[in-house]
Design a protein around this ligand. Structure first.
Ligand code: ADE
Length: 232
């Protein structure tokens, strides 16, 4: 792979990686700053896309059009949807879907995007398996799981919504950008993987857990991405 795009929604999800990058150029587009340089010896572009699916999808398009990246990695935090996946642990995407896509009034299952070939965007299996091996090596104190990322323009913080996402989509974690990145990567025929560290359990305690654990969770992901790049 020649050049990797690395996307985080928030500053805390990209700041550590940016501090390690040898930056050669900074380009601003659509209010996003693209840091073009090398990370762990690999050509890469690091960008903070902002929160939510529109920001995330636009960011992938700019990475494809302007920087010609040949893979996209999304790093950040998420709410766990699985009892065994604890705060601090990492989920590596098998695939991703948009939980707030709902055309059920016209007979489509929730999450299905009408007139698209797929609504469950498969992650690149090579990127995912390398990420898992690297994570086990560099973050030995936590557990790493494969699973489905479910994304929507909502912070999930109640038991009923969490149960819905588990029942309808069999999601492993909920966040707000991964599936949009996956969707845009699919449209551009780019391999992608989403790497998410758990900051909360997407339940009634999420609004309290999130501010306490987001920083430590993001640090686990940054360590993973930095070391993963060295292997690509
Ligand atoms: N990111 C981190 N925790 C989240 C949650 N509970 N819902 C949506 N996005 C999140």
């Amino acid at each position: 792979m020649n050049k990797i795009g690395i996307i985080g929604a928030m500053e805390l999800e990209v700041s550590e990686l940016k501090s390690k990058m040898e930056v050669k150029n900074v380009v601003e587009r659509a209010g996003m700053k693209f840091f073009d340089g090398t990370l762990s010896g690999k050509d890469a572009v690091i960008v903070q896309c902002g929160i939510g699916k529109v920001n995330a999808g636009m960011c992938v398009q700019i990475l494809a059009d302007l920087f010609n990246v040949d893979a996209v990695i999304n790093t950040g935090v998420a709410g766990s949807l699985r009892a065994e996946v604890n705060i601090g642990d990492i989920i590596i995407s098998t695939d991703a879907c948009e939980h707030d896509m709902d055309v059920s009034a016209l007979g489509y299952e929730p999450g299905i995007i009408p007139q698209m070939e797929t609504s469950f965007f498969k992650a690149d299996s090579t990127l995912a398996s390398k990420a898992k091996a690297v994570c086990e090596r560099v973050n030995p104190e936590i557990s790493v799981y494969d699973g489905r990322i479910v994304s929507g323009d909502q912070f999930i913080s109640d038991g009923a919504t969490k149960d819905r996402l588990i029942k309808l989509f069999d999601g492993s974690c909920a966040e707000m950008e991964g599936a949009a990145i996956a969707h845009a990567a699919f449209l551009n025929k780019l391999p992608y993987v989403v790497l998410r560290a758990i900051s909360d359990k997407a339940d009634d305690s999420a609004h309290m857990d999130y501010p306490e654990f987001e920083r430590a969770a993001a640090a686990h992901c940054a360590r993973l991405v930095d070391n993963l790049l060295a292997e690509l």
